[in-house]
Design a protein around this ligand. Structure first.
Ligand code: UD1
Ligand code: UDP
Length: 381
């Protein structure tokens, strides 16, 4: 009997967990080929645990690195050192990392130091500006340098990698695993009336308005380059929008980072049509996304999910590594700039013709079979 491949999937934050979860399930379904381990760094704690619970994943290893108010040095050193010990003890044949977080960077570097083959999921995204997003552009470029198998969501990612002299034979265009995750979650809710009822009841308790009928804007924000002045501009824009559109609701699940919590709660707390809530589980978040009118975000993952649900997205950044939906018109860049945010949201709320034009559902990020394509490559490697 041929030896099973020892694969370790490593992730640490909410978005990595969402996008790696369907892949974990695929590996677990092939025990005859793969000896799979899930290692979480827990760079995020509560927001990671929410995702693990929804996808019913129990990690084999948990580094538990998060501390409140951590900085890049804290996370990088803890993950790098932690992965050294794990890799030396468990000796995986292959490690799989995702995207561009500090967990990704430190794990990929640790794998490189230990001579372990690295597979990079969501490879090839670029802005070519190391300050935006910071430090993610640096993280993903370094990850690419030490990666053997580059799993990129789109042809655009492939072109970036080829321009960086990565050999085409090691690049696979897969689509984004976020679409696999989205299908997995929405299909499970659709198939289970009790589950959807429970979900809707929990949203009724969380939101003090009729989210099934009333118009609302869904907001998220957490980018480091927006800390300080950027978040002030974002909050002031929301204040102005809330007063200009008193019948519209603004729902903002606030990221747990204190650099976000502090200004957001200080400036926006107490406005009657702005609802600052805890980060939502992935199921209720997707349910609200489906129901929302407009999405205002600086998130990467939401730029991918919202177009497939036909929701217009205003991105509070000046550049994006996800140009596909901008080209298609569903995503518009408005920066962390008060005037542009107010103008962008107002137009979507007031101009029905414009709204209809940009709110078509389309999906540049895949068909929900990204994980199958990754499995095909690793099965035959
Ligand atoms: C991280 C990633 C970013 C990713 C984002 C997704 C880096 C450098 N940043 O940013 O690429 O887009 O996650 O959300 O890798 N916190 C909690 N509980 C949690 C999560 C965070 O309390 O479950 C608080 C803690 O105070 C923590 C702080 O948020 O110290 C910052 O977390 P960190 O992972 O360092 O940065 P993010 O801004 O979340
Ligand atoms: N998300 C969630 N609950 C929330 C906000 C977002 O489950 O309250 C999900 C969202 O659907 C997306 C992911 O978290 O899949 C995005 O995470 P985040 O914006 O923190 O990180 P990024 O994608 O920018 O790295």
């Amino acid at each position: 009997m041929s030896k099973r491949k020892k694969v370790m999937l490593v992730f640490g934050t909410r978005p990595e967990a969402i996008k790696m979860a369907p892949l974990v399930h695929k590996f677990k379904a092939e025990p005859e080929t793969f000896d799979v381990q899930v290692c979480v760094t827990a760079q995020h704690r509560q927001m990671l645990d929410q995702v693990l619970k929804i996808f019913e994943i129990v990690p084999d290893i948990d580094l538990d690195v998060m501390k409140p108010g951590q900085d890049l040095f804290d996370v990088t050193t803890k993950v790098l050192q932690g992965m050294k010990d794990i890799f030396r003890y468990d000796k995986p044949d292959i490690i799989l990392v995702h995207g561009d977080t500090t967990t990704t960077l430190a794990t990929a570097v640790a794998g490189f130091y230990e001579g372990i083959a690295v597979g990079h999921v969501e490879a090839g995204l670029r802005t070519y500006d190391l300050s935006a997003p910071f430090p993610e552009e640096f993280n993903r470029q370094v990850a690419s340098k030490v990666t053997r198998w580059h799993f990129t969501p789109t042809e655009n990612g492939r072109a970036n990698l080829i321009a960086e002299r990565v050999a085409d034979e090691f690049i696979t265009v897969t689509g984004n695993t976020v679409i696999d995750a989205l299908h997995w979650v929405l299909n499970r809710i659709d198939a289970d009336d009790e589950r959807s009822t429970r979900l809707e009841e929990s949203l009724d308790l969380t939101l003090p308005f009729n989210w099934r009928i009333d118009r609302f804007v869904l907001i998220t924000g957490h980018r480091r380059e927006n800390f300080g002045e950027g978040f002030l501009q974002i909050c002031e824009a929301l204040c102005e929008l809330a007063s200009r559109f008193p019948k519209v609701h603004f729902v903002y699940p606030v990221h747990l980072n204190p650099n976000v919590q502090n200004p957001v709660r200080k400036i926006l707390g107490g406005l009657s049509n702005v609802h600052l809530i805890e980060p939502l589980g992935y199921e209720p978040f997707l349910w609200l996304l489906k129901q929302s009118h407009v999405v205002l975000t600086d998130s990467g993952g939401i730029q991918e999910e919202a177009p497939s649900l036909g929701k217009p997205v205003l991105v509070m950044r000046d550049v994006t590594e996800r140009p596909e939906a901008v080209e298609a018109g569903t995503v518009e860049l408005v920066g962390a700039d008060k005037a542009r945010i107010v103008a962008g949201v107002s137009r979507l709320l007031e101009d029905d013709v414009h709204y209809a034009k940009v709110s078509r559902a389309h999906n540049p990020y895949g068909d929900g079979k990204a994980c199958d394509r990754i499995m095909d490559v690793l099965r035959n490697s």
